[in-house]
Design a protein around this ligand. Structure first.
Ligand code: DC
Length: 213
């Protein structure tokens, strides 16, 4: 049986990816980072100079794309792509396209996996409403900004804490207030606070996942 789906939603920088990786490894699940699909699509829109505000042009461009790569790339995480992605992700045509991509990916996960753990903003509330277990990860904005700032510095990039915090607050607002698939706590979701040590987060996660052991 390889149809277990675990959804992980939460705001930007809450630690969804690290948690998803932990769960994927522990329970032999495939990890799908839906934010990465939005980021790659944004990168492609910018690279191909697609006029995103022209509906016909956007639809034409999306039709020309077969499969969005799930390959990770550091450049997709920079602040320019992050900000542009949060604008592009508001568009329903884009959302339908990415949702469809996610369904295709999940259908094709290797048989050896027990299922899939998917992280994003609307996974438990919209895309995979029937997920066996739903998690909602949050952490205080200041803590998320501090972690992101440290990560950028460690990568040798320039970073100003106050700017990172401002961007995080702005992205939270955009994600929560948008009319299409806003960031919400899905029904049945277990809320996990990732403001403290990873050990304390893991404790909460393991408790929430006792159902799938
Ligand atoms: O999780 P992330 O920071 O990599 O997501 C990048 C952007 O994509 C973010 O602005 C929110 C958006 N996103 C979304 O709208 N829905 C998802 N399921 C995943 C990401």
């Amino acid at each position: 049986m390889n149809n277990i789906i675990i959804s992980i939603d939460g705001p930007s920088g809450a630690g969804k990816e690290k948690i998803a990786k932990y769960i994927a490894k522990k329970y032999n699940l495939y990890h799908l980072d839906s934010g990465l699909l939005y980021r790659r699509l944004t990168y492609l829109i910018i690279k191909n100079k697609v006029n995103f505000y022209d509906k016909n042009e956007l639809v034409f461009f999306l039709k020309s794309l077969k499969k969005i790569s799930t390959r990770k790339n550091k450049a997709l995480r920079n602040e320019k792509i992050s900000s542009a992605t949060s604008i592009i992700a508001k568009n329903q045509i884009v959302r339908n396209f990415i949702n469809n991509q996610q369904k295709i990916i999940v259908k094709k996960i290797p048989k050896k996996r027990r299922g899939c753990v998917i992280d994003g903003r609307d996974i438990g509330s919209k895309v995979f409403k029937k997920a066996k277990i739903k998690l909602f990860i949050h952490a205080k904005p200041q803590i998320r900004a501090k972690r992101r700032h440290k990560q950028l510095i460690a990568q040798g990039e320039k970073s100003i804490y106050s700017r990172i915090l401002r961007n995080i607050n702005l992205r939270d607002k955009t994600d929560k207030k948008r009319s299409k698939s806003p960031l919400v706590v899905p029904k049945r979701a277990v809320i996990i606070d990732n403001s403290y040590s990873f050990k304390s987060t893991i404790k909460q996660i393991n408790k929430a996942l006792t159902k799938i052991v």
